[in-house]
Design a protein around this ligand. Structure first.
Ligand code: FA5
Length: 341
């Protein structure tokens, strides 16, 4: 009987100390298990003098019932405590200050692209998109640049493993797509934005991946004066009223004559500064009258139709506008750069 009493005290003390599911299970095995301490005492009953056996048996059963009841109560208390702790750890503190949600924004190139679309839409130009992956035929041949033509050196090309399929080096192949899609009996006024790719040395001014916006207008009486008027209007809207424009002679196989268009420097107003390299002028685009061969390749009869085309780089425009000194920031995905726009 003394052993039973000692076991009761030891078991109750150990139960009070068990505060996890694992500890409780270990307790159950030790005290109430089939090979546990209580069972050990019960197994020894036959060794007792016969007159002591009934009382001992009753006391052992009572102890078993008490331990079982205490175990179940403790088990429930531990489970409740765990649930309460879990709820407390997940509780929302409604007194905390709110968190500002991260708001996305347009990439600086796209902000400029949208500005360009808006300006040309005021002059009746629609956006016409064409593909990034082109054929040699569209990127070069139909633009009057046959295989082996020295002008191909101007555009260092990324070739694909499919013969004749390349990454477009400029948006000019879109001219042919636009003429063949929208022509050949109607006038055209479109801008063609898109990504271009060149196998170039990457520098502060040149990326191997950049946007261009091409412009194309085809009609019956279109002249250089129309080209000039459109570019002046564009420059005035983009950089502020009163811009001066100048054409410099240039050469592109798909335009004749070809020019490069400069505006007076937006920073120094033409007096000369580091940005315009002390010339007072900034180059904004290549342009010209659409070459008769290109008109014919697009399905238009050059005896009846004329047109102008131009091509500009929105990254360079954005650099000028915001004083960005290195074009490599544009596609570096560095949030410290992007968050400034
Ligand atoms: C052309 O690509 C001609 N297709 C433009 C054209 C269209 C002329 C229609 C006549 C008629 P160019 O290689 O100069 O021309 O490129 C035009 C513009 O694209 C440049 O003025 C520049 O703003 C941008 N550009 C060219 N190369 C890069 C480069 N590596 N990184 C960033 N921008 C570039």
């Amino acid at each position: 009987m003394h052993d039973l009493q000692r076991l009761r005290e030891e078991a109750m003390a150990a139960l009070a100390a068990a505060d996890t599911a694992d500890a409780l299970e270990a307790w159950r095995i030790r005290y109430l298990g089939r090979k546990g301490l209580l069972q050990e005492l019960i197994r020894a009953i036959p060794d007792l003098p016969p007159q002591e056996r009934p009382a001992f048996g009753q006391a052992a059963n009572a102890l078993k019932a008490d331990l079982t009841a205490a175990f179940e109560a403790r088990q429930q208390a531990v489970a409740e405590a765990r649930l309460a702790a879990e709820l407390a750890s997940e509780a929302v503190d409604v007194t905390l200050p709110g968190r500002r949600p991260q708001v996305g924004r347009l990439h600086p190139s796209h902000q400029t692209l949208r500005e360009i679309y808006a300006i040309f839409s005021t002059m009746g130009f629609q956006v016409f998109t064409s593909r990034d992956v082109e054929t040699d035929e569209y990127n070069f041949e139909l633009l009057n640049i046959p295989p082996g033509h020295p002008a191909r050196d101007m555009w260092d090309t990324f070739y694909t493993t499919t013969p004749g399929v390349i990454m477009r080096t400029h948006t000019s192949p879109g001219q042919i797509h636009a003429m063949r899609t929208l022509g050949p009996t109607k006038p055209i006024r479109v801008i063609l934005p898109g990504m271009c790719f060149r196998y170039e040395q990457v520098t502060a001014r040149s990326e191997m991946m950049f946007h261009q916006v091409e412009g194309l207008a085809i009609g019956r009486n279109i002249t250089m004066a129309d080209l000039k008027g459109v570019i002046v209007e564009f420059a005035n809207q983009l950089y502020g009223a009163g811009r001066r424009l100048r054409f410099r002679c240039s050469h592109f196989p798909f335009t004749e004559p070809s020019v490069e268009a400069d505006v007076d420097c937006i920073l120094c107003g033409g007096r000369g500064c580091a940005v315009c390299k002390y010339t007072g002028w900034l180059e904004i685009m290549g342009a010209g009258m659409v070459h008769p061969v290109v008109l014919r390749n697009g399905g238009y009869d050059p005896a009846e139709w004329t047109g102008f085309a131009f091509g500009m780089g929105p990254e360079r425009i954005t650099m000028l506008k915001h004083g960005i000194t290195d074009i490599r920031y544009f596609f570096s995905t560095d949030l410290r750069f992007l968050e400034q726009f």
